[in-house]
Design a protein around this ligand. Structure first.
Ligand code: 13P
Length: 251
């Protein structure tokens, strides 16, 4: 059985002091579990603080993005090695906000994914359709294009380290959640694409998270689904109590 992963994406929220306090509260409330891993993705400016705060806990820390080259003259970018040496084990890539506001393409996301894998950083690659695309019955086409697009850049030998997060854009920060059935349908599609591309064993091992307005009110139902291997949480991950409640749905 696949272990679940409960990941908090703090986006551009929390000063360093606030981040330390939130991480400390979460670490106090989570002792570890064989059913779920917990990951915090604070802003870059608080990664060091959060790593220090969760040092004696089983909690993992990750970045929310990274540059596409190992190093270089790329003002404002953060390299994978910078994340790794601070203590990050994961990195979120291709979040819909990166696609929308920073014009990230599937190819660029794939390049970042390959770089992360080659250096030992676990990528969580986000995919998801917009509302108009769902309404036009294009969900399958969009997900297929995104999954095939980024994975075309990735070496076969490293695909087992990839985590995919299905985040329908219409459910992010809107309070509207995909129903468990809607999420499961797309998770099955992603697993099918993975099987076509690689093989059954790799597809069966793929961890697929759901993201989009996950909160304590719906986490039992979503995480109760065998197809849903965890959650990528925005808003509700900014509250210690809400995040701990969602963790408890997985454990
Ligand atoms: P919300 O949980 O705020 O909808 O955000 C989801 C998300 O974008 C996580 O990456």
């Amino acid at each position: 059985m696949r272990k679940k992963l409960i990941a908090g994406n703090w986006k551009m929220y929390k000063t360093d002091e606030e981040a330390g306090r939130l991480a400390s509260g979460i670490a106090d409330g989570f002792d570890g579990s064989d059913k779920a891993d917990v990951l915090l993705c604070p802003p870059f400016t608080s990664i060091k603080t959060v790593v220090e705060v969760v040092e004696d806990s089983p909690i993992f820390v990750g970045g929310q993005n990274m540059g596409w080259e190992k190093e270089g003259a790329f003002t404002g970018e953060i390299s994978p090695e910078m994340l790794l040496t601070l203590g990050c084990e994961y990195v979120i890539l291709g979040h819909s906000e990166r696609r929308q506001y920073f014009s990230e393409s599937d190819q660029l996301i794939g390049k970042k994914c390959q770089l992360a894998l080659s250096l030992g950083l676990k990528p969580i690659v986000c995919v998801g359709e917009q509302l108009e695309e769902r309404e036009a019955d294009k969900t399958e086409e969009i997900i297929r294009t995104q999954v095939e697009g980024f994975s075309a850049e990735v070496d076969y030998s490293r695909v087992e380290e990839i985590v995919i997060a299905y985040e329908p854009v219409w459910a992010i920060g809107t309070g509207k959640t995909a129903t468990p059935d809607q999420a499961v349908e797309v998770h099955k599609l992603i697993r099918k694409i993975w099987k076509e591309k690689y093989d059954k064993q790799i597809a069966d091992g793929l961890q697929i998270l759901y993201g989009g307005s996950v909160k304590p009110e719906n986490s039992d139902d979503l995480l109760g689904e065998e197809e849903i291997d965890g959650a990528l949480i925005g808003g509700a991950s900014l509250s210690k109590d809400k995040f701990l409640k969602i963790i408890s749905s997985a454990t």
